[in-house]
Design a protein around this ligand. Structure first.
Ligand SMILES: Nc1ccn([C@@H]2O[C@H](COP(=O)(O)OP(=O)(O)OP(=O)(O)O)[C@@H](O)[C@H]2O)c(=O)n1
Ligand SMILES: C[C@](O)(CO)[C@H](O)COP(=O)(O)O
Length: 248
């Protein structure tokens, strides 16, 4: 049965600090959203894609993807919303409309254009784990830094130094990435039951697996890939350019 990918691209990219939405920023001459869509298609594991575009840029994003020679799956573009969670919900609504005679989607991936170099093999790994029976799957990497839990700095301390409460056991930590993969019915249920918190940045979930966890249902981690790193800052964009060069 078919796999739908919701590709989130509606964010503004505030932390990147350029004067256009992050998904439209170019890496080696191609917008990030196009890099991400190309790799979803190259995986061979994705049948259709719904992209969440920044406000007012739906047509522009649709044209970019329509004109790209490597993006060879049907792509639908919808306008995103104010938070990532609300954008994914909008993408899901559009992507799961049944087409007459079409086979219903059974697996949904949610992927960030902000992770433009997530390799096709990673996409396949996530889809395979869902098809093997894990209803919610996230790629994750071991954490390599020593992690401290801190408490609030003392009021009036000019250094703003935060007291350390403990060193967390990093062996049990994973830094999770996208694409995240789900059984369709589970992801729809998870978004529906968290819809009341979708529009408030402080309460919205930062990833979709978190919504499944909130239902008390299991989420499994498969090995991630350093190439799927998230572009948040200008430094990350430079690292991605190096990753792309190494890939060639
Ligand atoms: N309202 C939003 C916010 C984010 N995203 C998408 O979710 C992914 C992860 O978001 P993030 O990296 O935080 O992107 P921005 O919100 O653009 O970044 P910033 O917080 O720096 O503005 C990105 O692909 C982004 O386009 C989205 O579709 N809709
Ligand atoms: C979904 C995600 O990419 C997984 O690491 C991440 O949670 C997105 O977070 P952001 O704060 O919206 O960048």
């Amino acid at each position: 049965m078919p796999t739908l990918a919701v590709l989130t691209a509606a964010g503004s990219g505030t932390r990147l600090g350029l004067d256009l939405p992050k998904a439209l920023v170019e890496l080696d001459g191609l917008p990030l959203v196009v890099h991400a869509a190309r790799r979803l298609c190259a995986s061979g594991a994705v049948d259709t894609i719904v992209v969440t575009a920044p406000p007012g840029l739906r047509e522009h994003v649709a044209a970019l993807l329509r004109d790209d020679p490597v993006v060879d799956r049907p792509v639908r573009v919808v306008e995103g919303a104010g938070t990532r969670q609300a954008s994914v919900a909008a993408g899901l609504r559009a992507g799961l409309v049944e087409r007459p005679g079409g086979e219903p989607v059974d697996v949904v991936l949610v992927h960030d254009a902000a992770r433009p170099l997530a390799p096709p093999a990673l996409v396949r790994r996530v889809v395979e784990a869902v098809r093997a029976g894990h209803a919610a799957v996230v790629p994750g990497l071991p954490v390599t830094d020593t992690i401290k839990r801190v408490t609030a700095a003392r009021a009036g301390d000019p250094s703003h130094a935060e007291p350390v409460a403990e060193t967390v056991d990093r062996a049990v930590l994973r830094a999770v990435q996208t694409p995240q993969g789900f059984d369709r019915a589970l992801l729809v249920r998870a978004h529906e039951s968290a819809a009341h918190r979708a529009d408030d940045e402080r309460s919205a979930a930062t990833d979709d697996a978190g919504l499944v966890e909130a239902l008390g249902l299991p989420v499994h981690v498969v090995p991630g890939d350093t190439a799927a790193a998230k572009i948040t800052t200008a430094h990350d964009l430079r690292v991605a350019a190096l990753t792309l060069r190494e890939e060639r």
